[in-house]
Ligand binder design. Structure first.
Ligand SMILES: NC(=O)C1=CN([C@@H]2O[C@H](COP(=O)(O)OP(=O)(O)OC[C@H]3O[C@@H](n4cnc5c(N)ncnc54)[C@H](O)[C@@H]3O)[C@@H](O)[C@H]2O)C=CC1
Ligand SMILES: C[N+](C)(C)CC(=O)CC(=O)[O-]
Length: 321
């Protein structure tokens, strides 16, 4: 069983925050991109988002022939996917919607074109249930901003061929990404399970009046957030065990897990909690627009990624390690 991996045309269905990120990444890698989104004004909004991302992509390096002019916006699903070598769906996170959409996409696509979904945590066995040639259907879960962050979680369903996983990993690598194969099909995959646990605790802290959204964000960005860009939780805690390493750390801090410090279920999303979170983040935004903060975020990400790359080289550590 073989699938197309040397891709020239990338199809994007859904062009919101995530879909437009895929479009920008694919264009920056010198591909032709065909996009479809049913919302009125979607084409204008997409072209605006791509133009906004372009300066960051120029800084990180464009492929030969890369151009925003190679984006074509079409009016039907069939036209979008018919000639595509690779298809990425980024439609709203609703099982019924994705189920119906993928029936149409897969019926119109070339049989050996891989189909990826950006879902944050729905199960591929469920929403590819009625797809044609489901052996080529996978999840490729990206991280925002998709045009800069390398991680993409690759998840197969019950009918996905192992060759399709390998082929999707190859395609995402060709787009400059760092694929992570999630071997078991579980809701939320790996990264969102971690992020959701953190977010749930943060909501409890706001709900209980322990901290504001700004204080919680400070607790992350001046501490663990700085070290997470180059070292994950497990290796960080190994160093926290001193020369005795992880066994000592587990003995010292493992028992605290039984106290427990954290809550198991999310707090109810009361109107008050929602208001507190919105008011807190509005205060954090201050006079900055979302667009200005996106540019600031992109510049910070580029600077951090460049610094980590240079430091890895200095220590003889491979870029992907
Ligand atoms: N926003 C985030 O941080 C992340 C979102 N995702 C996933 O990406 C997907 C898209 O999410 P966002 O871009 O955030 O949503 P969004 O709301 O920004 O964009 C969704 C787009 O889909 C379009 N749309 C509506 N009905 C559609 C249909 N039937 N077929 C195709 N497109 C349709 C909308 O017009 C809109 O432009 C979801 O599955 C989400 O879970 C994945 C990673 C991160
Ligand atoms: C909030 N979210 C679950 C949609 C986030 C993601 O899926 C990944 C990200 O970019 O944080």
């Amino acid at each position: 069983m073989t699938f197309i991996t040397n891709i020239k045309t990338f199809a994007a269905l859904g062009s919101g925050v995530i879909g437009s990120g895929w479009v920008a990444r694919a264009l920056a890698h010198g591909l032709d991109v065909v996009a479809w989104d049913p919302a009125p004004g979607a084409e204008t909004a997409l072209r605006k988002r791509v133009a906004k991302a372009w300066p960051a992509l120029e800084k990180s390096g464009l492929a030969k022939g890369a151009s925003q002019d190679r984006l074509r916006f079409v009016s039907t699903i069939e036209e979008c996917v018919r000639d595509a070598d690779f298809i990425q769906e980024s439609a709203p996170e609703r099982l019924d919607l994705k189920l119906e959409l993928h029936s149409k996409i897969s019926a119109a696509a070339k049989p050996d074109a891989l189909i990826g979904s950006s879902t944050s945590g729905l199960l591929p066995s469920e929403f590819y249930e009625t797809s044609t040639h489901p052996q080529r259907c996978i999840v490729g879960h990206p991280f925002n901003p998709v045009y800069l962050l390398p991680l993409v979680e690759v998840v197969g369903g019950q009918k996905t061929a192992p060759q399709a996983i390998a082929a999707a990993i190859e395609v995402y690598q060709s787009l400059g990404m760092r694929p992570l194969h999630v071997r078991k099909e579980v809701p939320g995959f790996i990264a969102d399970r971690l992020l959701e646990a953190l977010w749930r605790e943060a909501l409890h802290l706001v709900n209980d009046g322990v901290a504001t959204t700004g204080e919680i964000d400070d607790a992350i960005r001046f501490g663990a957030g700085l070290r997470w860009s180059f070292m994950g939780t497990f290796l960080t805690y190994t160093l926290a065990g001193g020369d005795a390493g992880m066994r000592h750390f587990m003995n010292q801090f493992g028992p605290a897990l039984k106290l427990p410090w954290t809550y198991l279920t999310a707090p109810p999303l009361s109107e008050k909690l929602i208001d507190d979170v919105v008011e807190g983040t509005t205060e954090q935004l201050g006079s900055h627009s979302i667009g200005a903060l996106e540019s600031y975020r992109d510049d910070c990400l580029l600077a951090v990624m460049e610094a980590v790359k240079a430091t890895k080289l200095k220590h003889g550590i491979a870029i992907n390690d």
